[in-house]
Design a protein around this ligand. Structure first.
Ligand code: NAD
Length: 464
């Protein structure tokens, strides 16, 4: 389709989108399917460019870029293509006694014009995965990428402009603090889907509340990772090292800190540090499989954590290359920033515990983590952690990979967010489910109509 050059303001463009949505074109099954196919082809046509730009922004290698960005979105599109017909179909439900012989069904319908706001750490995945759900559900979409991954953003802009008209999918770049309030304060979106920090999430939530716009908030937090005394140490060390230091720890579901049972702490740390070295080599700075910190602001924020507690592995950094070595720290104080702020970098505090109660107290300092991980071979321990902490989602004997299974709903709770997405949950997030009852006219008992006096007994029999 291509996007014509125009100098109209973004607000005018949003109104054009609303008009376009009202033509009902986007509600059609064949249309939605076609757009998902177009999006997939456009992404794949720009695959090499995306690799280059993800490398430029974050020093992500090709393999990681496929697993966590390009392939991730392609898999989401394929799941959408496979299931769209089923998701879109009206769903019959049962009807209760008082309403018989009516029939009831639920009709999924699109929300309208929705805004999707993305962060910089997985710039493609976190903007385009919700986009897939929004397209599948039949919406018009405004995409606002993070300004901090500019190379990837320029390719995403091209991907969108090459296949979609601006009335359908509008790509809006710019500083979030400027362009987002401008849009949200001058146009009533039908939904806002935001991924980013908890602090900005509160700003978005307030702006949306002004017009009662529903929101999905995918936020951050401090995700604990518990290693119990009966854990398989070498497997735990591999799975933790892999996800904590992938993308240099700039991952919302990375284990933020470790709680390791004191019985195995020494053995575990030894295994963990040797695993880190095996995975990322001694010369991490020159290792192409290890990402960089996104920018100087984040680099500066992370450096302050290196002075909190005792570094037992790593700790080297290079400002020019925005590099921080995988680092393990112990003896952190619960009052230090490192134990109150989301780390979002390659620094891993290790805290030992003797009882579950003791570990639980540490976790409760930062309520509602986005994820929780527990390494154990005991069903009882597993149950304890799954039922005693309120968190978004998580893994047993694994870290972060729950996010890659699109059959699972992904999202936080409370401080780590509200709402869920991925696979059919994205479709649901971007749909309204109209509840409809269809009542025949041939049966019209007087029971339901006034006067009601004397009908209490029969009501009590029917409604209970
Ligand atoms: P951020 O809050 O700085 O930015 C996110 C988006 O909000 C960007 O598009 C930005 O332009 C916009 N923005 C920034 N300030 C704004 C303002 N004042 N008003 C309106 N919009 C504004 O977040 P980030 O630094 O890009 O991302 C890192 C955070 O995101 C971490 O906390 C991380 O845990 C979280 N995150 C969560 C998930 C998840 O799925 N739950 C995924 C990735 C990242």
């Amino acid at each position: 389709m291509g996007q014509p050059v125009s100098d109209i303001s973004v607000i005018d463009e949003l109104h054009l989108m609303k008009n376009y949505y009202q033509t009902n074109v986007t509600k059609n099954y064949a249309f939605r399917k076609e757009q998902l196919n177009q999006l997939k082809s456009s992404i794949l046509n720009h695959e090499e460019e995306l690799y280059e730009c993800l490398y430029a922004d974050l020093k992500k290698n090709k393999e990681e870029s496929w697993v966590t960005e390009i392939g991730f979105v392609v898999a989401e599109i394929n799941a959408g293509l496979k299931n769209l017909y089923k998701w879109m179909k009206p769903k019959k439900t049962s009807t209760n006694l008082i309403n018989l012989p009516s029939k009831s069904f639920v009709l999924p319908e699109p929300l309208g014009v929705v805004l999707i706001i993305g962060p910089w750490n997985y710039p493609l995945q976190l903007l385009f995965t919700p986009l897939v759900g929004a397209i599948a559900a039949g919406n018009c979409v405004v995409l606002k990428p993070s300004e901090f991954a500019p190379a990837t953003s320029s390719v995403m802009k091209k991907i969108i402009a090459e296949v979609f008209s601006k009335e359908y999918i509008l790509y809006v770049e710019g500083e979030g603090a400027d362009v987002i309030p401008r849009m949200m304060n001058n146009f009533i979106f039908d939904h806002v889907f935001y991924t980013g920090s908890t602090a900005t999430g509160k700003i978005i939530y307030k702006m949306a509340a002004e017009n009662l716009v529903p929101v999905t908030l995918e936020l951050g937090g401090k995700s604990p990772c518990i290693v119990e005394s009966d854990a398989n140490i070498s497997v735990a060390a591999k799975r933790i090292a892999m996800t904590k230091f992938s993308n240099a720890g700039q991952m919302c579901v990375a284990p933020d800190y470790l709680l390791v049972h004191s019985k195995i702490k020494e053995r575990f740390i030894e295994t963990l540090t040797s695993t880190i070295e095996k995975f990322f080599t001694k010369d991490v700075l020159n290792n192409n499989e290890y990402a960089k910190i996104i920018n100087e602001k984040q680099f500066g924020r992370l450096l302050k954590y290196l002075g909190q507690g005792k570094i037992i592995y790593g700790g080297k950094y290079n400002k020019e290359k925005l590099f921080i070595e995988p680092t393990v720290i112990e003896n952190v104080s619960m009052n230090d920033d490192i134990m109150h702020e989301e780390i979002f970098g390659p620094i891993l505090p290790v805290i030992s515990f003797n009882s579950d109660e003791e570990a639980k107290k540490v976790i409760e300092q930062n309520p509602n983590p986005l994820a929780l991980y527990v390494y154990t071979s005991s069903k009882q321990k597993e149950k304890y952690w799954l039922t005693n902490i309120a968190f978004g989602g998580g893994c047993i004997n694994n870290s972060s990979w729950h996010l890659t299974n699109h059959y699972l709903p992904f999202g936080g709770r409370g401080f780590s967010g509200s709402g869920k997405y991925h696979g059919k949950y994205s479709f649901e997030t971007f749909s309204h489910f109209k509840a409809i009852m269809k009542t025949p006219t041939w049966f019209d008992p007087a029971l339901r109509y006034p006067p009601l006096k004397g009908k209490l007994k029969i009501f009590k029999q029917i409604i209970r």
